[in-house]
Design a protein around this ligand. Sequence first.
Ligand code: SF4
Ligand code: SF4
Length: 260
Amino acid sequence: MRYVDPQTLDQLPGTRLEENDTFRFRCHPVVACFNRCCRNLNLFLYPYDVLRLKKRLGVSSDHFLEHFVDVVLRDASFFPEVLLRMSADAEKTCPFLTPAGCSVYPDRPDACRTFPLEQGVLFDAAKNEARMVTFFRPPDFCMGQHEEKTWTPKTWELDQEAAVYHRMTARWAELKRLFQQDPWGAEGPAGPRAKMAFMALYNLDRFREFIFQSSFLTRYAVKPVIQKKIRKDDTALLKFSLEWVGFFVWGLRSDSLRPR
Ligand code: SF4
Ligand code: SF4
């Protein structure tokens, strides 16, 4: 997911697709390029990707973050990016790729489901409005784009069971957009508030411990029904985390909690 400047929208690579536009694509194990697209990637992981992958692998958030990702804070950026760490082989293969294909297929990340499309967030500062834009952007080596089967962005989303990913990524994108301005002041993006926000979004197991084993619930009133859900359900916890970070960093209104 990238942020798209309305001024440069028409100069971006790929073909922009509106809702009813179609593209040709089919991927199958007999294509000459099979699995080539799962190598040497800058594969950004969003909070919901991490949630699904750590569950799939049966590991804790701590373990996943330590062994499977690189956390990168770019210059002039105010929140880190999380990238899936490629294997150390010459081709920099995705760690989840096997000769038979993707070993985490039912829980593969948003970017893998969306491919060969890419989504961007178009932000109109004058109207303070954000909306998603879609591009068809397969790499030249991808033979799937020469197949006959056609899709619209919506039918592709359905086929890839990507709707829940897109909804969760869109929620994250709303916050990520706010991080384009520095919210941290003197303590900077490596300071304690930034670390707390990162934990809430990417390390759900730790954040759950923090909620239930620290003074969190004496400082914030959280509805009992929400407490019950977030004790067990990671997706409910992530939705809560997104709200809490909005409140914690920018004072945004939350329906789930209020300060005591
Ligand atoms: S490059 Fe395209 S056609 Fe080839 S395996 Fe990847 S998605 Fe399928
Ligand atoms: S997660 Fe699966 S689909 Fe995505 S790059 Fe890795 S092997 Fe390919």
